[in-house]
Design a protein. Structure first.
Length: 203
């Protein structure tokens, strides 16, 4: 877990904020509490690392409204929705918005900590994946036009002989371009090149 990871608690009930914060403190988890969705949006930027434990029913912007706003504003952190009056339709609506989980108050402290730890791990994994894709895209952007052509043919499964014929160059030249391509991308083999290209295309 990143040293910057934090559990953000949004609940209009001061008692719930205080008790949740104490539970997180016992597990040595950095946390910050907010009494409204509006306060969270004002103080926590989209790039923040961690997860959100969010009350469903609050004055002003509701929990689901906040999640919808977060998706538009490109927040990546997983969200745990906590409610004392949760219903199946609301839970389904929340899952459609990408909620990590839906918990019903009163939440057992051990369950809460387990869910929070899982959410923090997911946040780390997602951020590592994004960082890897960004690095791959940067490396691919540095390829020459000929290396880009070569990459497309390798991804399509062409052997060196067919690549040479397709590009009108010798097999030796293909091998040289291929070696340069592998060095620039850091790919271990052709399969790794294919994986990189697929990740970059999907981003």
């Amino acid at each position: 877990m990143s040293a910057k990871s934090k559990v953000y608690v949004v609940d209009d009930d001061p008692g719930m904020r205080r008790s949740t914060s104490l539970i997180l403190d016992t597990a040595n988890l950095l946390n910050a509490t907010f009494d409204s969705a509006e306060a969270f949006l004002r103080d926590v930027p989209p790039e923040s690392e961690g997860c959100l434990a969010l009350d469903l029913h609050m004055p002003g912007m509701s929990g689901l409204d906040l999640v919808a706003r977060m998706r538009v504003s490109k927040y990546r952190m997983p969200v745990l929705m906590v409610s004392g009056t949760g219903t199946v339709p609301l839970a389904v609506e929340g899952m459609k918005l990408g909620l990590f989980d839906f918990l019903v108050k009163p939440v057992d402290p051990d369950i809460l900590l387990s869910k929070v730890q899982a959410a923090l791990q997911l946040d780390d994994q997602q951020r590592n994946n994004v960082a890897e894709v960004d690095a791959i895209c940067q490396r691919l952007s540095n390829l020459t036009p000929r290396e880009t052509e070569l990459l497309k043919l390798i991804v399509a499964g062409y052997p060196n002989k067919n690549i040479a014929s397709e590009l009108g160059i010798s097999i030796k030249t293909v091998e040289n371009h291929r070696a340069s391509l592998m060095a620039k991308t850091g790919a271990l083999n052709a399969a790794d090149l294919v994986r990189m290209k697929m990740l970059a295309t999907a981003s």
